[in-house]
Write a protein that binds this ligand. Structure first.
Ligand SMILES: Cc1ncc(C[n+]2csc(CCOP(=O)(O)OP(=O)(O)O)c2C)c(N)n1
Ligand SMILES: [Mg+2]
Length: 582
C-alpha cells in the first residue's frame, strides 16, 4: 500500500506505542497534524510554546521511563526547542523530537521559516537526522526511537521536509534496525566486577556515590539490596536523589556545592568510592584536586566517555547500572567498617541540615514550606525550577521513590519544572505532581498554565516568592559584597540607585501570581504565615481538575546552606549565615 510520509509517520508512532505527543503546529507540519486529527489513539497535547512541549515530553519520560515525543514546525518552532533538547541531553532523557522543514528543493535558499536545526542541534542531541528521501522515513524513525532509549538515553531530533511528508511511498515500518557503529555495552566486564567486589570487601572507609543513571537503568531495587547487604553508607548527586530513601539511616544525602556536611566529609575521608551512574560533575566534586584524595575509585557507567573524564578511576566498569549491580550482588560481602560508620554518624550529628531561622516577625522560611509539602504529599512527583528553590527541594523533601525528583541537573534550566510537571502528570494521572518553583523561574514558561488548564491537570505549583533571582543574589551577598545587581524582581523605575536592601519601601511585587493563575482559569492561593501553609496545601490537594498556584511569600534573603564556595574543596563548607567553617 502507498501512503503519504505523514501517514507513515503516524503509523510509526502507533507501532512505537506512543500514546501522547506534545506539539505545536505550523505550516510545514500541517500534513502530520491533519493525519493525527483522525487518529484519536494518539493524544496530542497542544503546548503554548515549543520549549514547553519539549520539557513536557522530558517530564513525561523522566517520570515514566517511556520515550517522550514532540512535534513542532520549522524555523522558529524548531529553534524554540533548543533549550529543551539541551536540558534533556545533559540529563540523559529519551526524547524523539520531530521538526518540520521546508521542502527539499528550498533548503539552503533562506526559505520562509527555514532554520538549519540539524546543524543547530548537533551538539545538544544524542543524534539527529534530516530525512532526504521518502524511502528512508520509516527506518530513520525506527532508528531515532532505538537510539533515544538505549545505551545512555538522550534526545534524538528528526527533521522532516514538508514534501517528504506529502510524498507517497511504502507503508512499511521496520520492527527492528541494526545501526552500524552503535552497540551500547550492557553487561559489565566480569573480571572488573570481581575486582570491584574484592576492593569493597577490603575497604575500611567505603562509600557508594549514586547518580541519575541508577534511576534511568531501573537499578533502584538492586541498589537498595546491595546497600542493605553491605551496610555501606551512601551519598548521591542531585540526579541520584531518591534512589535510596532520603530518610534511610545509611543515606548521608547529597554531596557537593549544597551537599550535607556528612556527605562531603565522608567523601573527603573515604578510602573507596563506589560510583554508579554519575558524571563527577563539578557541582558535585568541587575543586577536583581536593576531591576524595585518599579514595580508590570504582566507576560504573553506561557511557565510556563519562568514565575517567574528571577523576582517575582505578576500576572502570562500562555497562548498564542494573545489570552490573545484579552481577556484583552475589559476590559482595559486608566490609568490617564499624569504626567508619561511627565517624560518619558523628559528622551527621555535628551539622544536620539546619537552615538559618528567619528573623523575628519576618516572612516564611522556605524550608518550612517544603517540609510541609513532604508531609502532605509524601508520594508526590516533585519537579523543580532552578536556583534556591531547587536546592531547598532537594534538601528538605523526603524522597522515597525512584524517578520522583524531576530537575534540570546538568543544564540548570529555569523554566523547566512547570512544563515538566505537566508531562509527568499526563504520564502519571494517579499521582500528585508538585512543582517547587522560584518566582523568577516560573515566569519563564508561565504560558503553559493554559496547557495545564485545558488538560484539566491538577499540577500544584508552590512558588517560593522571595522577590529575587535568589541563587544569584546569594552569590552576590556572599562573594560580591551584597551588590544586588539585576537580581531584585521588585525593582522599579522609582527605586533609588543606592538601594538599602529589601524593606517596606520596595514596590509591590508584580505579577500578582494569584490573579495571574485565576486569569488562566487555575486556582490561586497566597500564603504569608506559617500556620497557613498546611491548610493551603490541603485546599490544593482537594482540587483535582485544574492547576493550583500557591504564592508562598518567603523570607527575602534566606540562603541555601551548606555552601561550598566556587573553586573550593567540598570539605570547606560555609555552614550558615555567620560563615562558620569546619
Ligand atoms: C534560563 C536560565 N537563565 C539564567 C539562569 C541563571 N540562574 C540560576 S538560578 C537563578 C535565579 C532563579 O531565580 P528564582 O527562580 O526566583 O529562584 P530562587 O533562586 O529565588 O529560588 C538564575 C537567574 C538559569 N539557571 N537559567
Ligand atoms: Mg526567587
Amino acid at each position: 500500500m502507498r501512503v503519504s510520509g505523514a501517514e507513515l509517520f503516524v503509523k510509526a508512532l502507533r507501532e512505537e506505542g506512543v500514546r501522547h505527543l506534545f506539539g505545536f503546529p505550523g505550516g510545514v507540519v500541517i500534513p502530520v497534524f491533519d493525519v493525527l486529527y483522525s487518529h484519536k489513539e494518539i493524544e496530542v497535547i497542544l503546548a503554548r510554546h515549543e520549549q514547553g512541549a519539549v520539557h513536557a515530553a522530558d517530564g513525561y519520560a523522566r517520570s515514566s521511563g517511556r520515550t517522550g515525543v514532540c512535534l513542532v514546525t520549522s524555523g522558529p518552532g524548531a529553534t524554540n526547542t533548543v533549550t529543551g533538547l539541551a536540558t534533556a541531553n545533559f540529563d540523559s532523557v529519551p526524547i524523539v523530537c520531530f521538526t518540520g522543514q521546508v521542502s527539499r528543493s528550498m533548503i539552503g535558499n533562506d526559505a520562509f521559516q527555514e532554520a538549519d536545526i540539524v546543524g543547530i542541534s548537533r551538539p545538544i542531541t544524542k543524534h539527529n537526522y534530516l530525512v532526504l528521501e521518502r524511502r528512508d522515513l520509516g527506518r530513520i524513525i525506527k532508528e531515532a526511537f532505538t537510539i533515544a532509549s538505549t545505551g545512555r538515553p538522550g534526545p534524538v531530533l528528526v527533521d522532516l521536509p514538508v514534501d517528504v511528508l506529502k510524498e507517497k511511498g511504502d507503508s512499511d515500518y521496520p520492527r527492528s534496525v541494526t545501526i552500524r557503529g552503535y552497540n551500547p555495552t550492557t553487561a559489565g566486564h566480569s573480571g572488573q566486577i570481581k575486582r570491584a567486589a574484592q576492593a569493597l570487601a577490603r575497604a575500611r572507609q567505603p562509600l557508594f556515590y549514586i547518580g541519575g543513571g541508577v534511576h534511568i537503568s531501573g537499578a533502584v531495587e538492586v541498589l537498595r539490596r546491595v546497600v542493605e547487604k553491605t551496610r555501606v553508607p551512601v551519598v548521591h548527586s542531585l540526579m541520584g536523589t531518591g534512589a535510596i530513601p532520603s530518610d534511610d539511616p545509611l543515606c548521608l544525602g547529597m554531596l557537593g556545592m549544597h551537599g550535607t556536611y556528612a556527605a562531603n566529609m565522608a567523601v573527603t575521608h573515604s578510602d573507596l568510592l563506589f560510583a554508579v551512574g554519575v558524571r563527577f560533575d563539578d557541582r558535585a566534586t568541587g575543586n577536583l584536586s581536593k576531591f576524595a584524595p585518599g579514595a580508590r575509585i570504582i566507576h560504573v557507567d553506561q557511557d565510556p566517555l563519562a568514565i575517567a573524564r574528571n577523576v582517575p578511576v582505578e576500576i572502570p566498569i562500562v555497562g548498564d547500572a542494573r545489570l552490573v549491580l545484579e552481577a556484583i550482588e552475589p559476590l559482595l560481602e559486608a566490609p568490617a567498617i564499624d569504626a567508619w560508620r561511627v565517624r560518619v554518624e558523628a559528622w551527621r550529628a555535628e551539622h544536620p541540615l539546619a537552615p538559618e531561622a528567619p528573623a523575628e516577625g519576618s516572612r516564611l522560611g522556605p524550608h518550612r514550606v517544603i517540609q510541609a509539602i513532604s508531609r502532605v504529599f509524601p508520594d508526590a512527583i516533585v519537579c523543580t525550577e532552578v536556583g534556591q528553590n531547587q536546592m531547598w527541594a532537594a534538601q528538605f523533601f523526603t524522597f522515597r521513590h525512584p524517578r520522583s525528583l524531576l530537575t534540570s541537573g546538568g543544564l540548570g534550566t529555569m523554566g523547566y519544572g512547570f512544563p515538566a510537571a505537566i508531562g509527568a502528570q499526563i504520564a502519571n494521572p494517579e499521582r500528585r505532581v508538585v512543582d517547587i518553583a522560584g518566582d523568577g523561574s516560573i515566569q519563564m514558561n508561565i504560558q503553559e498554565l493554559a496547557t495545564a488548564v485545558a488538560q484539566k491537570l491538577p499540577v500544584i505549583v508552590a512558588i517560593l516568592n522571595n522577590g529575587y533571582l535568589g541563587m544569584v543574589r546569594q552569590w552576590q551577598e556572599l562573594f560580591y559584597e551584597r551588590r544586588y545587581s539585576s537580581t531584585c524582581l521588585t525593582t522599579g523605575a522609582d527605586c533609588p540607585p543606592d538601594c538599602p536592601g529589601p524593606g517596606d519601601h520596595c514596590p509591590i511585587y508584580r505579577p500578582d501570581f494569584v490573579r495571574l493563575a485565576e486569569a488562566y482559569g487555575a486556582m490561586g492561593l497566597r500564603v504569608c504565615r506559617e500556620e497557613e501553609i498546611e491548610p493551603a496545601l490541603r485546599k490544593a490537594a482537594a482540587c483535582t481538575d485544574r492547576p493550583v498556584f500557591i504564592d508562598f511569600i518567603v523570607d527575602r534573603e534566606f540562603n541555601v546552606f551548606p555552601m561550598v564556595a566556587p573553586g573550593a574543596g567540598i570539605d570547606t563548607m560555609i555552614l550558615g549565615p555567620e560563615g562558620g567553617r569546619p
